[in-house]
Design a protein around this ligand. Sequence first.
Ligand SMILES: CSC[C@H]1O[C@@H](n2cnc3c(O)ncnc32)[C@H](O)[C@@H]1O
Ligand SMILES: [Zn+2]
Length: 427
Amino acid sequence: MKILKNVVIVNPGEKPYKGFVTIEKDKFISVSPGDPKSQGIPEEDGCGGWLLPGLVNTHGHAGSSILRGAGDDMALDTWLKTVMWPNESKFTEETVKAATNLAMAEMIKSGTTTFLDMYHLFVDQFAERIADTGLKAVLGRGMIAFGTEEEKQSRLEASKHLIQQFHGSADGRLHIAVTPHAPYTCPPEFMLKAVELALDKNVLFHTHCAETKKEVEEHYSTYGIHPVDHLHKLGAYSGKSLLAHAVHVTEAHIDLFAAHKVSISHNPMSNLKLGSGIAPVAEMIKRKVNVSIGTDSTASNNSLDMVEEMRMAALLPKGRQEDPTVTNADQSFSAATVGGARALHLNKTGMLKPGWFADMILIDPKGLHLQPQSLEKIKSHILYAMKSSDIQSVWIHGKQLLKNRELTTLDEEKIIYEANIQAQKLR
Ligand SMILES: CSC[C@H]1O[C@@H](n2cnc3c(O)ncnc32)[C@H](O)[C@@H]1O
Ligand SMILES: [Zn+2]
């Protein structure tokens, strides 16, 4: 048992207050206002820092992190065909290991405690390392269904194997999802098998969908239907379902998401950088769709910083609709925390609450850019002014992974060295 005292408790949907938390093993025992009554329990002083639930990144591809900056200023299809796929075809186990280590270190240092990752290379090896790094993750075998029937079947088998081997492992921090890449890379027969696998195993189904106008137009000309409706027809919304992007969707699609409890991973930076568009998230939130936030990879973002991402998610709808009232700070904060956990179907995650997992980040509030201060202004400062470098400490399931901005389970210097070596080898 341990106590973290003298902090400001900041939960989505609640007013911040001064208090303390008590943690036993991986969960909060209490989250309370005031000061603890000393009972011989070890106490740590939070020095007036702001204590937030850890951030949840609901869409990314850690394995391609060393392609940061390799293909800027391109549209999605050109980027995929001329930069991503040719480079990824040369990746070795060492490349992906360096890339995933880089991504994990970057995520921890910018306050992400839980992330979803879809990738097609060395996912087993990544899954094995989750146990040691202490992060909480939902991993999926990214499936592109080009090639022979045997090759397609082997991708489904790989997904099945991942579920059998890793779902619920790493002391409950690791979960597996079924992650076909997209409706334009997975023909209907294959997508149906992926849907059936997710339903059969009762795991999350996650795919890219309706990211660009071109994708939607081509889907209409190939299949005569919008990709969102196509997935609906295949039964993709019957179980646990999360769609990445959903930029080019109609009001009817938003109603469909609400009716079937389909969550959305909004990736504003990636969508802007690839020139894909702006997802109608204010409309989704208004119609009670669960909107979460994702970064996508460093090859399209080019950062995994959820602090920046949630700010962008808060600002974009205001500009898109020329109305500053369509979103507020608390909605984006909620999407980046408890909304993300809901999207990933992870229990007891995303808020500081007794009985919930002790995933939390401590913010040093002393920076000039966080003044002037009052309890009423804290959420505004978190959304509109905070930098991820203000994050001082990070805990996941009660274990400290960042201490005074030092990683405790990963070697930052070595990670930077290896990432540069592997990137050079690709050139
Ligand atoms: C097979 S899953 C990994 C695969 O996805 C590609 N990718 C990364 N970001 C996006 C995106 O936003 N839309 C579509 N595809 C994306 C990446 O290159 C990997 O090949
Ligand atoms: Zn993606």
